[in-house]
Design a protein around this ligand. Structure first.
Ligand code: ATP
Ligand code: MG
Length: 221
C-alpha cells in the first residue's frame, strides 16, 4: 500500500500577542512506498509529531490530502477512518504510552480489545511478538517495573498486533543507551525486511544511515 500526503498545510490556533496562528507545515508532500524505511529528521518543534499524526489519520490538516492507495482518508467518516487505521496502521507514539494499570500482555492486546474479545490466535500472536521483542520474561509484568528500552519494545509489539502494513514510530530511540537503541533499530529493520513500510521520525542525526529514504526538515525553509 502506498501512502501519500499532498500539499499539506497545518496551522494551529495559539494565543499570542502578535498572532493567533502558528503555521507548522506548508506545501508539505510525502510518499511512503511499500517495504521501505522512511526517516523524517528534524529539530524539536519542526513538526515531526504533527506530520506523523496527519499521515496516520489522527489529525486532519488545515489544507491538503492524505491518500492510502486511492482512498482520501479524511473524506471517510470517523468509523470508516478508525477501521482503516486499525486494519492498516500501527503507531508507536512518542514517550511512554503503555497503560500503567495493565500488564504487558494486556497492553499489547489493547488495540484488539477496543473492537472485540481477543481470540486464542490473537493471544498467540501477542505472545509471539513478546518473544520476538525479547521480553518473554516480562509477559505479566506491569509497566512501572520495566526499563525504558523494555517499555519501548512492548509499545512496538502493541503497534504490530494487528499486522499493520505501515508502522509509524515517533522518536522510538530517544532516552535509550546505544545497546537498546541498536536493538530497537534492528526490530524496525526486520519489520521493513518483512515488507512492512516503516515511517520513523527522530531528531537524532546518527540514525540517518538506517534510512532507505531520508527527509530532512531542517533543510527546508
Ligand atoms: N495542538 C497544538 N496546538 C498548538 N500548537 C501545537 C499543537 N501541536 C503542536 N503544536 C506546535 O507545533 C509545532 C510542532 O510541534 P510537533 O509536536 O509536531 O514538533 P516535533 O518536531 O515533534 O518536536 P519534538 O522533537 O520536540 O517532539 C510546535 O511549535 C508545537 O508547539
Ligand atoms: Mg514530537
Amino acid at each position: 500500500m502506498i501512502l501519500k500526503a499532498q500539499n499539506i498545510k497545518m496551522e494551529f490556533e495559539r494565543k499570542r500577542k502578535d498572532t493567533n496562528i502558528l503555521e507548522v507545515l506548508n506545501e508539505f508532500n510525502l510518499e511512503v512506498p511499500e517495504g521501505k524505511l522512511l526517516l523524517i529528521m528534524g529539530e524539536s518543534g519542526k513538526g515531526k509529531t504533527t506530520i506523523l499524526n496527519i499521515i496516520s489519520g489522527l489529525l486532519n490538516p488545515t489544507e491538503g490530502n492524505v491518500f492510502l492507495d486511492e482512498t482520501d482518508i479524511y473524506s471517510l467518516n470517523d468509523k470508516e477512518l478508525s477501521k482503516l487505521r486499525s486494519e492498516n496502521f500501527g503507531m508507536v507514539p512518542q514517550g511512554q504510552t503503555l497503560l500503567r494499570s495493565l500488564n504487558v500482555l494486556d497492553n499489547i492486546l489493547l488495540p484488539i480489545k477496543l473492537y472485540r474479545n481477543p481470540s486464542d490466535d490473537d493471544i498467540k500472536r501477542a505472545k509471539d511478538l513478546i518473544d520476538e521483542m525479547g521480553i518473554t520474561d516480562l509477559i505479566d509484568v506491569m509497566p512501572s517495573e520495566m526499563s525504558g528500552g523494555e517499555l519501548r519494545r512492548a509499545a512496538i509489539a502493541r503497534a504490530l498486533i494487528n499486522n499493520p502494513k505501515i508502522l509509524f514510530a515517533d522518536e522510538p530511540t530517544s532516552d535509550l543507551d546505544s545497546k537498546n537503541r541498536n536493538m530497537i533499530i534492528d526490530i524496525f529493520k526486520a519489520q521493513r525486511d518483512k515488507g512492512v513500510s516503516v515511517v520513523m521520525v527522530t531528531h537524532d542525526d546518527s540514525l540517518k544511515d538506517i534510512a532507505d529514504i531520508l527527509i530532512n526538515l531542517n533543510e527546508e525553509a
